[in-house]
Design a protein around this ligand. Structure first.
Ligand code: MG
Length: 157
């Protein structure tokens, strides 16, 4: 067994879509980034790459590469899964937490789990996603950005 941890942050900005776990969420602001800035999927990918000892998404998909501009992070996750399979890893489970003051994310969480699980190739009950506010504290609490943490357990074939 191998364990991996991932953490990511993106700034909130106007005129951007808010995409979390591949799900578009109606909100006045969206996350800013080179790709679709899906902070949850980025943390999950870093946990998966980390567990496999494959460094991080910044090295797998450099953000100065125009090929990744506006790309769906689920497509990047698909590529991460290919890398893991090549190294003989499969995923046992993923657990993730989104840090965001607003909007209310609970209604969208089942859909996020389903989307992530489909790409990872496991059942949605093995991809847990939680969301928490930060009591108005810090950049997440002040609504300047969102962060996400993830851990993943990998099994070596
Ligand atoms: Mg990111």
């Amino acid at each position: 067994m191998r364990i991996g941890h991932g953490y990511d942050v993106h700034r909130l900005a106007p005129e951007r879509k808010l995409i979390l776990g591949g799900v578009e969420i109606p909100y006045v602001l969206g996350l800013l980034g080179h790709s679709d800035a899906d902070v949850l999927t980025h943390a999950v990918m870093d946990a998966l790459l980390g567990g496999a000892g494959l460094w991080d998404i910044g090295h797998a998909f450099p953000d100065n590469d125009p090929a990744y501009e506006g790309i769906s992070s689920l497509v990047l996750l698909e590529r991460v899964m290919k890398k893991l399979a090549e190294q003989g890893f499969r995923v046992e489970n993923v657990d993730a937490t989104i840090l965001a003051q607003r909007p209310k994310l609970a209604p969208f969480i089942p859909q996020m789990r389903e989307k992530l699980a489909r790409v990872i190739g496991i059942q949605p009950d093995r991809v847990n996603v939680k969301a928490t506010t930060e009591e108005g504290l810090g950049f997440t609490g002040q609504g300047e950005g969102m962060a996400a943490h993830a851990v993943a357990l990998l099994l070596e074939r």
